[in-house]
Ligand binder design. Structure first.
Ligand SMILES: O=C(CO)COP(=O)(O)O
Length: 251
């Protein structure tokens, strides 16, 4: 059975007191036993968030990390630093990192290695842009992102990988992929992994969908066979909306 996961990516939102308020609201909610729920605050609030959720089923995750474990990289945060404040899962390859911070496939491959070397789990994001979909090139783009950023890892490491398909045109736009479009891509990704690795690895990896997931569309998207949950941006900033998405997981 694949893990069902709903993760909130808070992006560059919420200062310390807003983080504390949102966590306090989330802590009053009942978390369904069969869903792994995660939240990703900014670096400055990770320590506080981890302490606040220590005895709670919600996991605190990081949004990014540097590819080196230490060194003269002014302004950066390393995997051992994240681990030292209790964080064991990191989002890598988000389209905003790719687009605004020039993170290419080769760099992401390095980051994946560093995370795995530090015993961290990775939520690996990928997805095509609008013109790539319009050109009917979305499967090639996704395959290439996976091959170059992730498919160098060994079979043993797949238990530490979660995938997140986030079509760039659906992020923050209010336009979601249709449940059918999500299913079609997730199924393609699973088949690609099966042919590159094994069908068992492909069956066991959770593939999340991200891009304008809201309480009113989550259940339908998550209801698709190969969609194992979501990576939520805007709607994760509100406790009621986020929990409605978590609870809408009607499988
Ligand atoms: O980028 C996302 C999650 O990582 C999705 O963001 P939105 O849910 O705001 O579209």
């Amino acid at each position: 059975m694949r893990k069902k996961i709903v993760a909130g990516n808070w992006k560059m939102n919420n200062d310390l007191s807003q983080t504390q308020d949102l966590l306090a609201s989330l802590k009053t909610q009942v978390i369904p036993e069969d869903v792994s729920v995660m939240v990703g605050p900014s670096f400055t609030n990770l320590y506080q968030a981890f302490q606040s959720l220590k005895d709670h089923p919600i996991e605190v995750i990081a949004q990014n990390m540097h590819q080196s474990s230490e060194g003269a990289y002014t302004g950066e945060v390393s995997a051992p630093m994240l681990r030292s404040v209790g964080i064991t899962t990191v989002i890598l390859g988000h389209s905003e990192r790719r687009a605004y911070f020039n993170e290419n496939d080769a760099l992401l491959a390095e980051k994946v290695n560093t995370a795995l070397d530090n015993d961290m789990k990775v939520i690996f994001c990928f997805g095509e842009e609008l013109d790539e979909r319009k050109a009917n090139n979305h499967f090639n783009i996704v395959k290439s992102q996976l091959e170059k950023g992730l498919f160098h890892i060994s079979k043993e490491h797949w238990s530490n990988i979660v995938l997140a398909y986030e079509p760039v045109w659906a992020i923050g736009t209010g336009e979601t992929a249709s449940p059918e479009q999500a299913q079609e891509m997730h199924s393609f990704v699973r088949k690609t992994i099966a042919s590159e690795y094994t069908s068992q690895i492909a069956e066991n990896v959770s593939i999340l969908y991200g891009g304008s997931v809201k309480p009113n569309n989550a259940a339908e998207i998550f209801g698709k066979e190969d969609v194992d949950g979501g990576l939520i941006g805007g709607a994760a900033l509100d406790a009621q909306s986020f929990m409605a998405i978590v609870n809408g997981f009607g499988k």
